[in-house]
Design a protein around this ligand. Structure first.
Ligand code: NAP
Length: 313
């Protein structure tokens, strides 16, 4: 039996408490030994440190850290952790820029540590069966609709509206993480429109048109102004009917009406992520795919920016 990986979680906000702590508690490969929070309460009897430097200076022995802070501050913390030789789990998006993720990959390699750029939506139950089904079909069109109410899902998160906070691409990149996984070919942005509130730095909505090398159009509609029913849907039209992936990748419906699901130990969003993190650590590798982040960067590079009414929470 291999010893559990001693893990500290850094940035005790919504996702750390809602998803990381339960997934870690349920995974015998990990032993939570500390948390790092500027303001939060300790978890049970575990030591709490105000920042990573305090963890290094006086903390318990750590093998790995999970970084659940906003993207703007993640690189510096990750670099400090890697310099200790600790394995690093990056919440999505893996960085605020593409280049900083490359420097982290290089640092991980130099330190002999594992870097895991997590994409939780890829571990939703319908995603791998969708990928398998699409591999044998001719794809004609892809339509992505990601419409949610920012006031419900991101209350009080000022960082998300700041430069580097991604705005509506914070959820939108989840859709892109699925699409880049299930489609058989890479694709590229042709045009985009980003709606940016007059009082904010990040978009509240975006409409994007991509195409792949075979000419297949991929349209995405991301909007944070959705009230009432929320939508996290991907529709793929093929030569053999329409595949629908709903509920953020959780519910797959094939043209036959079948609803296949993948529920092994590597799936289910956060249990799946921690199973994968343990796997890359044990294998001495890293898992860093920046494809979804690249599409977001391209949208900021190529997209037309329109100023819309101020957003007041
Ligand atoms: P959040 O609730 O705002 O939590 C982020 C935490 O990071 C804060 O509570 C704070 O923790 C710490 N933090 C904030 N600013 C910091 C700074 N300047 N320096 C150091 N630490 C700072 O945000 P969240 O929703 O958990 O999202 C965090 C990340 O997880 C984002 O990248 C997001 O995309 C991703 N994510 C979120 C969700 C979700 O449903 N919310 C789902 C999947 C992924 P302390 O006060 O403890 O220091």
């Amino acid at each position: 039996m291999t010893a559990p990986i001693r893990l500290a979680v850094i940035g005790m906000g919504k996702i750390a408490n809602d998803q990381h702590l339960p997934a870690i508690a349920a995974n015998p490969d990990f032993d939570l030994v500390a948390t790092v929070s500027r303001s939060g309460e300790p978890v049970g009897d575990l030591p709490l440190f105000p920042n990573i430097d305090a963890l290094i200076a006086s903390g318990p022995v750590v093998d790995a850290v999970a970084l659940c802070t906003p993207p703007q501050v993640r690189r510096a913390i990750a670099a400090t952790a890697l310099a200790q030789g600790w394995h690093v789990f990056l919440e999505k998006p893996p960085g605020a820029t593409l280049a900083e993720v490359v420097t982290l990959e290089n640092a991980a390699q130099a330190a002999g540590a594992s870097l895991f750029a997590s994409w939780h939506s890829r571990y939703a139950h319908g995603v791998e069966p969708a990928r398998a089904w699409l591999a044998a079909r001719t794809i004609q069109r892809v339509t992505v609709t990601w419409r949610e109410d920012v006031r419900v899902w991101h209350p009080g998160q000022e960082w998300i509206w700041a430069a580097g906070g991604f705005g509506v691409f914070d959820p939108g990149i989840n859709a892109l993480s699925i699409v880049t996984r299930i489609l058989p070919r890479p694709f590229f942005l042709e045009d985009a429109v980003l709606d940016v509130p007059a009082n904010r730095q990040a978009p509240i909505a975006a409409r994007l048109n991509f195409r792949d090398d075979a000419g297949v159009p991929i349209a995405a509609d991301f909007d944070w102004r959705q009230e009432g029913p929320q939508h996290w849907d991907i529709v793929v039209e093929t030569d053999q009917g329409i595949l629908r992936l709903a509920d953020g990748g959780a519910t797959l419906t094939l043209p036959t009406g079948e609803t296949p699901t993948q529920a092994d130990g590597l799936h289910g969003e956060y249990p799946g992520l921690y199973a994968r993190f343990a796997e890359v650590i044990r294998a001495g590798t890293s898992d860093v795919d920046v494809a979804p982040l690249r599409h977001v960067a391209d949208a900021f590079l190529r997209g037309k920016r329109e100023t819309v009414e101020p957003f007041v929470e």
